[in-house]
Design a protein around this ligand. Sequence first.
Ligand code: CAA
Ligand code: NAD
Length: 295
Amino acid sequence: MANIKTVGVVGAGLMGSGIAQVVAQAGYSVVVREVEQRFLDKGLKAVEGQLQRAVEKGRMTVEEKAKLLGRIRWTLNLEDLKGIDLIIEAIVEDLALKQELYRALDGLCPPATIFVSNTSSISIIAMASVTGRADRFAGLHFFNPVPVMKLVEVIRSIRTSEETYRTLFDFAKSLGKEPVTTKDNCGFIVNRLLLPYLLDAIRALEAGVGTVEDIDKAMTLGCNHPMGPFTLADFVGLDTTYFIANVMFEEYRELRYAPPPLLRKMVVAGYHGRKSGRGFYDYSGPTPTVTDLGL
Ligand code: CAA
Ligand code: NAD
């Protein structure tokens, strides 16, 4: 079984920064790669903020925090991922961009390096097939917020080798996560079930069934969900939700995955949810307020 010591994380957004944190927390050396310095800074700030919170709550010492941060190297240079054992890709949910990245990584990394994608929906084999290492390629789907959510979906494509799968399953456990195994079917387990629910909430809003606040309240108090569907969609990112819906609708041609017009309009308007400051809620004040969507 492959021995993983060094881990590369590509993308330092919502997911990449959280993944870098938990991987470093488990003792691995991490190299995080971004395309622009401002995104790298944002990722570092997110990790520092989480660790500072842990220090303030007495769960970590200042020395432990410094040691952990010292295990993460932040770079804009793809070449810095050259000698790494495992690369976890967490860039935007766009097949063409992911394929372009994997082609470049495949030319750069030695054959032993394992590649995994944190994709929410895209078929693993569609990415693996542009590399010469489809047997050493799989999905590791983490959940947001990564430091808190226990689940990792381990996705085997039809070409993922047993050794790669075993290595990744054990790697997920070494992070303190609970892995489940899923086939390479677009959306895997969780998003196959979650996406239609989030999209239906938007359709219910479009149909005037209830307000954003009342639909959220109904699902938190009526079903004991920690977040209502609009708070959750904002949390995931409306751009990411929209990309996932498109990928799933393209694959299955089933209406339950079709992105509602309101979602598309909001994404086009730059309302990308909590990370952009506005989605179904406006996050610019001390507490979120409902965005006026002209409904
Ligand atoms: N990053 C790291 N840790 C965070 C965090 C973040 N963004 N937000 C909260 N936390 C931690 C806090 O530090 C706190 O930890 P301690 O209790 O140990 O101090 C704990 O989470 C609880 O935080 P809060 O009390 O501030 O807030 P909360 O009780 O409302 O919980 C939540 C926040 C954990 C995010 C909770 O609301 C929740 O579980 N929401 C649903 C999240 C969910 O469904 N995620 C899956 C999204 S779908 C997906 O990820 C797949 C995909 O492909 C789209
Ligand atoms: P995000 O928009 O927060 O971050 C994506 C980051 O990737 C950006 O900072 C961008 O600059 C960077 N990037 C783009 N191209 C790059 C490249 N070639 N090299 C390095 N960095 C690059 O998105 P996110 O929410 O972190 O999602 C990332 C991936 O994780 C997507 O595939 C998404 O579907 C998946 N995912 C998201 C969630 C979620 O709740 N948001 C949950 C699980 C999985």
